[in-house]
Design a protein around this ligand. Structure first.
Ligand code: GDP
Length: 446
């Protein structure tokens, strides 16, 4: 039996856009004008390795206002009868409207499981995504159907239902979509030596990659069966020369390369450990919210390795607190020593970057730390942290609801972030924490 997924929600929340994206074909007409989509459509769809049928319940857009409620109910009810699970779309930019709440009320009474999807959440349109918690239908998945963002989170939310609908459902195969990896660093730190060492004979050029850097070249390769798409710049592909290169670090090129990547390997030279430019690149990676792995190269040239490691640790702690716990892989690209430890670190960083922490665990954690280390007093009253939930992955992004979010000192927020890192094993991953005013939205919804 094929998993059947209904896309429901009030008009213009982006049902057809999501439908088209999942169906992969331009089956439905999409337009910003209400009234463009007419009929209920059904299509074979896929997301990652999931195969399912989707039903779109658009077609309500042209209904008269007074019959809207009834028609919507009827359409939705019919779709839900056939569906194993419903994607209930709301508009993250507009926030939750009264019509959304009506919808939610009806959905709550049905047996069909519901996944709340906060659409149009591209960039920083999180406000509505947070409001969507208040619908009391579980953690919303923030996506942008139009830009194709957050689809991995949607995949994770849908996957358990696929297992139910079809016992032999294909296991999500990470192998299919290549891991996007970038190797960056100052000139002469050994990037090309490392790339050659990593890829060796297996290197398969897939041609210039438009839009990343002028001379960026992507290589598709397999590491232990896992597909990896690696980007480095053309300057790196020349054979390493003996003489020092006079190339400058191009921050703009580096930034474009970082944006392309999921995991960034920053190569530094152990004999000139963590110079200003190295730290600049590391901060760019953190700012862009990517997963970082530090490769400390030319380790063969270091005599007092213990001292070098201690210095490195100190520098990381003081200069990169936003990536606390970041580990370093010491390598010699020239001799190959330690290089085999690099890709396992990359895969681990990717996993942490994609980690999703269940809301109940997060709130047990929140209750626990407030007991042990209460937030500071403000004007004689203790600030209360009421509720936390993870609103996104890649990087892990948390919303924290507090009584007076504006008054929570930065130091406590950093402290919380670091505890969160430790408790949920997220070393070296950029973590986003958004403070919101309010109480437990689930409690409010009841
Ligand atoms: P890139 O500009 O970052 O691509 O750096 P290259 O790969 O061209 O390397 C610059 C220089 O450092 C070359 O002379 C390499 O042979 C040398 N090099 C690279 N990796 C190592 C290493 O692990 N140990 C030593 N001793 N030299 C290295």
């Amino acid at each position: 039996m094929t998993l059947t997924v209904a896309i429901v929600g009030r008009p213009n929340v982006g049902k057809s856009t999501l439908f088209n994206r999942l169906a992969g074909k331009r089956l439905a007409l999409v337009d910003d004008t209400p009234g463009v989509t007419r009929d209920r459509r059904m299509a074979e769809a896929s997301l990652g390795d999931l195969r399912f049928r989707i039903i779109d319940t658009a077609g309500l857009e042209d209904a008269e206002p007074d019959e809207l409620g009834a028609r919507m109910q009827e359409q939705t009810a019919r779709a839900l009868e056939e569906a194993d699970v419903a994607l209930f779309l709301v508009d993250a930019r507009e926030g939750v409207t009264p019509l959304d709440r009506d919808f939610a009320d009806r959905l709550r009474r049905l047996k069909t499981p519901v996944i709340v999807v906060a659409n149009k959440a591209e960039g920083s349109a999180f406000a509505g995504a947070l409001e969507a918690f208040a619908l009391g239908l579980g953690d919303p998945v923030a996506i942008s159907a139009e830009h194709g963002e957050g689809l991995d989170a949607l995949f994770q939310a849908l996957a358990p239902y696929a297992d139910r609908a079809e016992a032999a459902a294909p296991v999500p195969d990470e192998d299919k979509r290549p891991l996007q990896l970038a190797i960056v660093g100052r000139p002469n730190v050994g990037k090309s030596t490392l790339v050659n060492r990593l890829l060796g004979e297996e290197r398969m050029l897939v041609g210039p990659e438009p839009g990343i850097t002028r001379d960026a070249i992507a290589s598709l390769w397999r590491w232990h069966g896992r597909a990896v798409r690696l980007v480095d710049t053309a300057g790196m592909r020349r054979r390493p020369r003996i003489e020092e290169k006079l190339e400058q670090l191009s921050v703009a090129d580096t930034l474009r390369t970082i944006r392309f990547a999921e995991v960034v390997v920053l190569v530094v030279d152990a004999t000139q450990m963590l110079e200003r430019q190295d730290l600049t690149i590391a901060r760019l990676v953190a700012d862009e919210g990517r997963a970082l792995v530090l490769a400390v190269n030319k380790w063969d040239l270091i005599e007092d390795k213990r001292k070098a490691l201690e210095d490195l640790k100190d520098t990381l702690e003081t200069s990169l607190p936003q990536l606390a716990g970041l580990g370093a892989v010491t390598i010699s690209a020239l001799t190959g020593a330690g290089v085999q430890r690099l890709m396992p670190a990359v895969v681990a960083a990717d996993a942490a970057w994609n980690k999703r922490i269940p809301t109940p665990r997060l709130n047990r954690f929140l209750a626990d730390i407030q007991e042990r280390h209460p937030p500071p007093l403000v004007g004689g009253r203790r600030l209360k942290l009421r509720f936390a939930t993870q609103v996104n992955v890649r990087p892990p992004t948390f919303a924290l609801f507090a009584s007076k979010p504006g008054e929570l000192p930065d130091s406590y927020r950093r402290y919380l972030t670091n505890l969160l890192r430790e408790a949920f094993d997220l070393p070296g991953v950029p973590i986003r924490m958004m403070l919101r005013k309010g109480r437990n939205p689930y409690a409010e919804a009841k």
